[in-house]
Design a protein around this ligand. Sequence first.
Ligand code: PLP
Length: 462
Amino acid sequence: MNYISTRGQAPHLGFEETMLTGLARDGGLYVPDTIPAMSQDEIAALAGVSYEEAAFRVMRPFLDEMMPEADLRACIARAYAPFGHDARAPLVQLAPGHFLAELFHGPTLAFKDFAMQLIGQLFQYSMKRKGSRITIVGATSGDTGSAAIEAFRGLDAVDVFILFPNGRVSEVQRRQMTTAPEANVHALALDGDFDDCQAAVKDMFNDFAFRDAVGLTAVNSINWARVLAQVVYYFTSAVALGAPHRPVDFTVPTGNFGDIFAGHIAKRMGLPIGQLVVATNRNDILHRTLETGRHEKQGVAPTISPSMDIQVSSNFERALFEAYDRDGAAVAQLMDELKAQGGFPVSQGALQALRETYASGRASEDETGATIRDIAARTGETLCPHSAVGVKVAQEHLTERPMVTLATAHPAKFPDAVEAATGRRPALPKRMADLYERPERVTETPNDLAALQRLIKERRTS
Ligand SMILES: *Cc1c(COP(=O)(O)O)cnc(C)c1O
């Protein structure tokens, strides 16, 4: 299968190179040139199979000739073995017709583990075969960095360096990054804020000599392989609720639009999805775009659902590409306008196409807290603030079809917000109960590019 850029000017690549490249050379995002379909029978046959088997059947057509079937199965098995629940993505019922897909049973207690654990295995496989090594460098405000460290720890073809703003991540998030004992894991506490971390990573990528010298690679949320891994739980959830014989709706707590775009891919593959609902917190650029037809940046307001605090939503470019009938030149122009003027109007035709695919809603801080409290009282289920944003918006979109809200993080990852809402502090799962006792290993670094580059060159394990 070929992958093409949303801006139309980059070389077409196969799956493996798309995964290793991340961002296309024209600044665009890679998408498959055709979406493989699953027949009704193939979808129906997913009922009752393991998550791993479903993952194999759903992803296989996208991976092309990258690897033999047995090797893909082995990568999938290793990726999901560390999860703390045999179903991997279990459903629980919140109310008549309303279900929660718990995507937080991975090693770092957030849905990002589904994608990161798999691409860890795929990168390792690819490097082994090529006989080369890579250095993953990423900036994080918390969840992505810990998921990357968990996914790459101990893999011998990969070093992983994660920059986080010193003193500005939660204690659980910090400990998840600093307690991995493996020598290929390097947690760097940068003297600065998240934007400084991101800027440092960007500067390293723009230093081509350095980039080539260390085999620099990114695993951020625009990586197509991450989107693909997230398609799977739409299938397993919908099939458990009666698909393909009856359609199912989904509501997705959204930031960078990767997770919900995976839902769109599932639908295009033939899964009968009714509504796909974008749920935002007060950083609501996506909800405003769908309401008004104008895509416009505003400042970021901090919320109790910080993983959705975004100003621009990077994967939304993929949705625009579809809405503009895959016109790369049109998308490139919109992105230039966004950069130069901070926004752009969506054309009538594209807006109509977006509204046919996505519904949307927004939850305020008060509504988020009230939803955590209300659901705990009515069902005993404790929601994290991100999942609560989803549940609140889902409640406004219930129909006669089953609704699945994606629960994106474990409540114990955001204990302060949950305690403020319910009066009870959520406990970490047993397998992580000793997190607060594990020794930490972290390097404090100045916000200085040359010093960072020196450190990365010295610390790499080969
Ligand atoms: C990353 C994240 C989101 C947003 O997901 P996107 O794919 O960026 O839209 C929502 N909730 C949690 C807990 C996250 O970590």
